[in-house]
Design a binder for this molecule. Sequence first.
Ligand SMILES: *Cc1c(COP(=O)(O)O)cnc(C)c1O
Length: 394
Amino acid sequence: MNYNVNENGYYGDFGGAYIPEMLYPNVEELRQNYIKVMQEPEFQEEFHELLREYVGRPTPLYFAKRFSEKYGTKVYLKREDLCHTGAHKVNNTIGQILMAKRLGKTRIIAETGAGQHGVATATVCALMGLECIVYMGAVDIKRQAPNVARMKMLGAKVVPAESGSKTLKDATNEAIRDWINNPTDTHYIIGSVVGPHPYPDMVARFQSVISEEVKKQLVEKEGRENPDYVVACVGGGSNAAGIYYHYLDNPNVGIIAVEAAGKGIDSGESAATSALGKEGIIHGSKTLLMQTPDGQITEPYSISAGLDYPGVGPMHAHLFRSGRGEFISITDDAAMQAGLELSKLEGIIPAIETSHALAIFKDRKFKKDDVVVINLSGRGDKDLNTYIEYFNLA
Ligand SMILES: *Cc1c(COP(=O)(O)O)cnc(C)c1O
């Protein structure tokens, strides 16, 4: 079986481009050009130079000695938390801003929920001197004041979405409306492996630098390219796609995807899409989606804003349905404990999204000689207030 995208933009039964006719020219322009542009030597050179000089890549592959001892297996952490802006998201926004420039675009739009993708987008727009408009739900603007301030400092215009629940999906609707109205000069930077084809594939290719580096780094440390397992948390699925990418078709490498169970899968407050989702269409893509019996999208919940998404990207829906990926869901409480544990054992405070991936070791046992690589997708600075309240650290 093939786990990558096919020429029609599908991963198995999932993917495609389910878009209004008005959006067709924009998406089609991107579809016809993205691979051609990405394969240009000058594009590759500029992309990798920025990843090296601006983002700080390659990020270390760190052997977590004390954590490994505790769980009786060999655990490596891929340190995406050390990227400029504190997470993997910037790998994608660097790639897309270069793509936008190659396509002659002068205006960048994005949507953001917690603000992390908005900040990563505003950062690269400042770097390139391009106009940046970030749509954000009015409720989220109130909840995420520090990230709103960051975006403003970076020169972005933050536009509140006042419709519906005034959160991420409403911001996405506003961004799509803007793109329809500005088809020629505007590029829409989507922040994960979601949205209509070619976005999931394009974002996965930009993030694939993560597993490209792991292959080289593991040869140095273990004398082999392939770990026994790669593990990542899944919101939309971009950090996971990045660490799975070069191992997708290698059956000797186990793929583990970790979703947010929130207060418990059956609590009604969860974001465990593989456990609860049914086939449906969200943001222009056919995928697994949490929905009511009549097809309305269910509000997801997780303590971590980055996992609080009602769907997953089509690659992950296919990994789940085909059985290639092992899906595990982790509650808020288990994730918070795992974040505290990594801080104490390794001196690394992880983002709460990442803490979900770290929490699997309590129940999922590995062999002593297994090499398990976890994508440490981001650092915990942005989550300090949540950690403070949860553990009463003040
Ligand atoms: C946004 C975010 C995620 C979730 O997004 P994916 O597209 O699933 O990777 C995970 N970790 C961190 C640190 C994030 O900022």
